[in-house]
Ligand binder design. Structure first.
Ligand code: F6R
Length: 606
């Protein structure tokens, strides 16, 4: 996630660009930069940290330009340095681009570029050089020609000093909105920075390229055919714009999941080899082979992602794996040694307990790695490698998209370790294919939003819930239960289905509903028996089932269907309806969904 802002018109560009970046800062604030056209040359300014640093840097410059591009960065490829900050240029600073997304085949393109002088570690700079190479007088043609060679995702804006009155933008996977003013145009990653100037907008679709001058806008597809677009009138206020029209950040973040899942896996899977390639692991194949135990350390939702990871590591790599609650681990004098690999899993990368537990494991000689969302956070810096989950800023206190991306990365690590051990090529390839299908299947689930809402509303008056799951779906039950209790304040617990008869079942009656996860996997029949036991105690039952399972209907008042996938990947789909269920009950109860009482997004105290 990064933020793009661009302007072309008659006004002074610099203040518009800086104000726009400030509104996009929630998308990343590792560094910021802008380039404007000044006396027929492009001049660029970049600064580490927040937009204020950039503003400070240029406050004494006499900039007098009416066209410019700007970017606020959330580091993905390459560290947080000024050189890695956008805009990026070709060799001679005549062309500059800002880009949001990931160019997966940038290494291949780099090789083809020959003697181009590359000055950063970013995939974006490679794209800038490619466009520069393809430029022969027409910027739009150069951009289109280059994008046809690119694999990955992009929202990008390019300007060229030799075509000074033009701007070219393109989108595939990363959003771009064009605001239409009076002889002026604004471009941004979302509508919030455009709203102070105009409410008339065009949303670029995937595969579209816009050619913009101060008094013309023409959209093309990648076949260079003109595309007619509808101008839309926004009726959002500014906070709504940051939420991209969703009433709450939590709902927006639930709906972000298909996109950010793609960001998490982009460039990290290899179908031919049936494996994942997480370079950040920073271990040789021999070091990987020496690992005889994995420990996943985390808190809350991150630890439930870890529980899915445990299944994956044990099944695919055959390595015994434990999930440790960070606040417990640090005080139990843990047994770890140089054959133990410890992953700290954390959205914020700042959770005090997780950090302290990792330090303890490091002191005892284990390998320490991070699975983190926030780039440059303390845990990311203190671990000796690891992987960013690329979920983008998560602003709702209740974690949703970070959870699914943590699960994604854990599964990728398990595949990587598995392929380094005994996992067959065929199984590796089956997993990679199934992983690629996940975003599309997530979208199918999200399309059932209204139905899930309808079911949730029927249950809003109940004061207690059980969530049941077995095997890989027990962690899903734990996560569904935590989501419900933390935002709605309804009491809820999760149990493995088979454990009910050992105590918890005594609480069940007609006022104590059960949400059962009963997708078609090896434990399906067992789960159906557990549902039957709960129903016999008069509990109302909601079931999450696999598409096509008509049989299950006779056991339940409400069934939500999810598409089938490989058993190990089920949590990547099954969690989404539970997030929506918790969300809609909470909204119906009039509670503060995004800011539940007593909680904080980043828990930096013990
Ligand atoms: C629940 C939730 C928390 C966090 C936990 C760890 O929705 O968000 O349980 O998962 O506080 O936080 P991070 O991942 O930042 O270490």
């Amino acid at each position: 996630m990064c933020g793009i802002m661009a302007y072309i018109g008659k006004k002074q560009a610099t203040p518009i660009l800086l104000n726009g970046l400030r509104r996009l800062e929630y998308r990343g604030y590792d560094s910021a930069g802008l380039a404007v056209l000044q006396n027929d040359n492009l001049v660029r300014f970049r600064a580490i940290g927040k937009v204020d640093n950039l503003s400070e840097k240029i406050k004494n410059e006499k900039l007098n330009s009416t066209i410019g591009i700007a970017h606020t960065r959330w580091a993905t490829h390459g560290g947080v340095t000024e050189n890695n900050t956008h805009p990026h240029s070709g060799c001679d600073d005549k062309l500059m681009i800002v880009h949001n997304g990931i160019i997966e085949n940038y290494r291949e393109i780099k090789k083809e570029l020959g003697d181009h002088k590359i000055t950063s570690e970013t995939d974006t700079e490679i794209l800038a050089h490619l466009i520069e190479k393809n430029f022969s007088g027409d910027l739009k043609d150069a951009v289109v020609k280059s994008l046809l060679l690119v694999r990955g995702t992009y929202g990008l804006v390019a300007i060229h000093a030799k075509e000074p009155k033009k701007m070219v933008a393109a989108r595939l996977g990363s959003p771009l909105v064009i605001g239409i003013g009076d002889e002026e145009y604004f471009l941004a990653s979302d509508a919030s920075p455009i709203l102070p100037y105009t409410k008339q907008v065009v949303f670029l679709n995937d595969g579209e390229v816009a050619e913009i001058t101060e008094n013309s806008l023409q959209i093309y597809n990648l076949k260079d055919q003109k595309v007619k677009k509808k101008i839309e009138e926004l009726d959002w206020n500014e906070e709504q714009a940051q939420k991209q029209g969703f009433p709450h950040f939590m709902l927006k973040e639930i709906f972000d999941q298909p996109t950010v899942f793609e960001d998490a896996i982009a460039g990290r899977i290899n179908f031919e080899e049936g494996t994942a390639v997480l370079g950040g692991l920073n271990m040789t194949p021999e070091q990987m082979k020496s690992i005889n135990r994995i420990i996943l350390i985390a808190c809350g939702t991150a630890s439930y992602a870890g529980q899915v990871g445990k299944f994956a590591f044990e099944r695919l790599a055959g390595i015994p794996t434990d999930v440790e609650i960070a606040s417990e681990f640090r005080y139990k004098d843990p047994i770890v040694d140089e054959h133990t690999l410890v992953f700290g899993i954390s959205q914020s990368g700042e959770t005090a307990d997780t950090l302290a537990a990792l330090r303890e494991a490091k002191r005892k000689g284990a390998y320490i790695r991070g699975i983190i969302n926030v780039v440059g956070s303390t845990i990311a810096r203190e671990t000796d490698g690891g992987t960013y989950i690329h979920a983008g800023p998560e602003l709702a206190v209740a974690s949703t998209k970070a959870y699914t991306n943590m699960v994604a990365i854990l599964i990728l690590y398990a595949i990587q370790f598995g392929r380094n051990n005994k996992l067959s090529l065929a199984t590796g390839q089956r997993l990679i294919s199934a992983i690629k299908e996940i975003p599309e299947k997530m979208n199918l689930i999200l399309k059932q939003n209204d139905k899930i809402k309808e079911i949730a509303l029927k249950y809003k008056e109940y004061r207690d819930f059980y969530f049941l799951g077995r095997g890989i779906n027990y962690p899903v039950a734990l996560e569904g239960s935590l989501k419900l209790k933390e935002i709605s304040y309804i009491h809820s617990e999760a149990y493995p289905g088979g454990e009910m008869k050992h105590g918890p079942i005594s609480l069940l009656d007609e006022d104590f509903p059960v949400f059962a996860i009963a997708t078609k996997n090896q434990l399906y029949e067992k789960m159906v028996s557990n549902i039957t036991e709960a129903k016999a105690r008069k509990a109302k039952i909601i079931v999450l089932a696999t598409e096509g399972d008509e049989e299950i209907k006779h056991l339940t008042e409400g069934v939500i269907y999810v598409p089938p996938t490989m058993e190990l990947l089920e949590p990547l789909l099954n969690t989404l309806p539970l997030q929506l269920f918790a969300y809609y009950i909470t909204v119906a109860l009039g509670k503060d969904v995004d800011r539940p009482r007593n909680l904080a997004k980043s828990v930096t105290v013990e």
